[in-house]
Design a protein around this ligand. Structure first.
Ligand code: SF4
Length: 469
């Protein structure tokens, strides 16, 4: 019987994560499509290929390049050489140093795939970009001798209508059954993964931030139906999934037009159908939608229904007013400080695990239009204000501005890289480390952790949360 292979090389988009321990939507939706079509498929990761190529763990340290192999590792060569189609999924916005995974470059994927005698149809699904312009850019970099086809947009659209090759638009009526059927992938996973769940596409601000990929995609704001989300999660849960993040959307607080009753109903139904979930978190939050009456209600609901250790990551991007105006960033500085306080008001209480229920995260971008020699100082002053307000922040990400196609396509000058490193260092020293001591004071007991990495005889844990009572 003929079969296909899904090769997950991981995705990290601004509004969705598919780098382990997170399982992103793109590979899973392909699994759902193939199941719906009655096709047999096997799920592999780039780690399986690395392992097959001879990479192993180090003494006293796990090798994160092979930590995320699947149950199909031993058969990787046979599967790749005999598949009818190989569907490669990749696209990471930023070259982060992830704790327990290492997304590959195009060149690595090429080198590993070329080792096999591949005559199959090999399709690259590239999660980033936003238009045909992406194709023009990407063909200059993607090795031409491996992939027969490059596809952008939602992976499921490729299977629904092959004529549409660049379709980022959601098709939620058709996605319903595909998402439910995607749970077949669970049997092929080796590690327990945090499953990313999609709730919406499109930004609730128009016009949006000048640099943002969502704006470039020009997608209308669309929400998945609550019952579709719950049926999908129920199907995954019945196959063993216990860790979920409602993470694939630009702004969770915009769900159903920021409707608290609707969000509460969604959470209620999730717990009703999946009562033994271990982790239920959210991702991506616009601070301007927290600092409203409905935003307060939604925050209270999130703190009540989600598991401990939850984060509301704010796309602050910059505290510099000049940049905020120039880049049309979301909300005011006042909104951001208020939003930090609101999340703390409802979320800083520690749950059964010892972790605060929900805390804000803050994302900062280096290199935005309008940045000047005062920008770092302004950012640090505002971080200082958060410290002085006695609030807690779970984590800060400082990243470089990238093109919509991802950092693999960008070149930075040595001066820029040095300045970026200085930004990261100062934010860490002046805010992130002192704040970590506040969130995790010495003596605090935390339970329900799971080990994410073992390095130089040290264990790194992930706080996964706990079912609320
Ligand atoms: S608020 Fe800005 S960064 Fe967030 S999705 Fe909208 S346009 Fe993008």
């Amino acid at each position: 019987m003929s079969f296909d292979v899904i090769l997950d090389c991981y995705t990290d988009e601004p509004s969705g994560l598919g780098v382990p321990p997170y399982l992103g939507v793109h590979s899973r939706y392909i699994a759902g499509c193939l199941t719906e079509m009655g096709r047999e498929y096997y799920y592999l990761t780039i780690d399986d290929l690395r392992y097959t190529n001879g990479e192993r763990n180090f003494e006293n340290t796990y090798n994160k390049r092979i930590l995320n192999t699947t149950k199909n590792t031993e058969n990787s060569v046979y599967l790749l050489e005999n598949a009818t189609n190989i569907y490669v999924v990749m696209g990471c916005f930023v070259k982060y140093n992830y704790v327990s995974a290492e997304p590959p470059s195009f060149e690595e994927v090429r080198n590993l795939l070329k080792k096999f005698s591949l005559n199959q149809n090999t399709v690259l699904f590239y999660a980033l970009g936003g238009s045909e312009l992406t194709r023009e850019k990407i063909v200059q970099i993607v090795p031409q001798d491996v992939f027969h086809e490059i596809v952008f947009g939602n992976t499921y659209n490729y299977f629904l209508n092959k004529e549409i090759k660049n379709n980022f638009e959601s098709n939620y009526n058709q996605l319903k059954n595909i998402a439910i059927s995607s749970s077949t992938i669970m049997k092929q996973l080796k590690r327990p993964m945090m499953i990313e769940i999609e709730t919406a596409t499109g930004c609730n601000r128009n016009p949006g931030c000048t640099f943002c990929i969502e704006g470039k995609r020009g997608l209308p704001l669309q929400f998945r139906r609550k019952e579709d989300i719950v049926l999908e999660m129920s199907s995954l849960y019945n196959e063993g999934a216990k860790f979920f993040r409602l993470g694939r959307q630009p702004n969770f607080y915009a769900y159903d037009h920021s409707n608290p009753e609707s969000i509460e109903e969604l959470f209620k139904n999730i717990w009703k159908i999946c009562p033994e979930i271990k982790t239920l978190h959210i991702d991506n939050v616009g601070p301007q939608d927290v600092n409203t009456e409905n935003g307060q209600k939604i925050t209270e609901i999130i703190s009540r229904y989600c598991t401990d250790g939850n984060i509301t990551p704010f796309g602050v991007e910059s505290f510099d007013e000049a940049i905020r105006e120039k880049c049309n960033l979301n909300g005011t500085i006042e909104d951001i400080h208020e939003a930090v306080s609101i999340i703390n008001k409802y979320g800083k209480e520690r749950g059964k695990t010892g972790m605060p229920k929900v805390l804000p995260g803050i994302n900062i971008i280096y290199g935005l239009d309008g940045q000047n020699e005062n920008t770092l100082k302004i950012n640090l002053e505002n971080f200082d204000k958060i410290m002085k307000n006695e609030n807690m922040v779970r984590r800060v990400f400082v990243r470089k501005l990238t093109s919509p196609f991802g950092e693999q396509f960008d070149n930075y000058s040595i001066e820029n890289i040095e300045e970026f490193n200085e930004w990261s260092k100062q934010v860490e020293e002046k805010f992130s480390f002192p704040m970590l001591k506040r969130v995790f004071p010495i003596g605090i007991e935390i339970s329900e952790l799971r080990m994410e990495m073992f390095e130089n005889r040290k264990f790194y844990f992930k706080a996964d949360g706990y079912m609320p009572s």
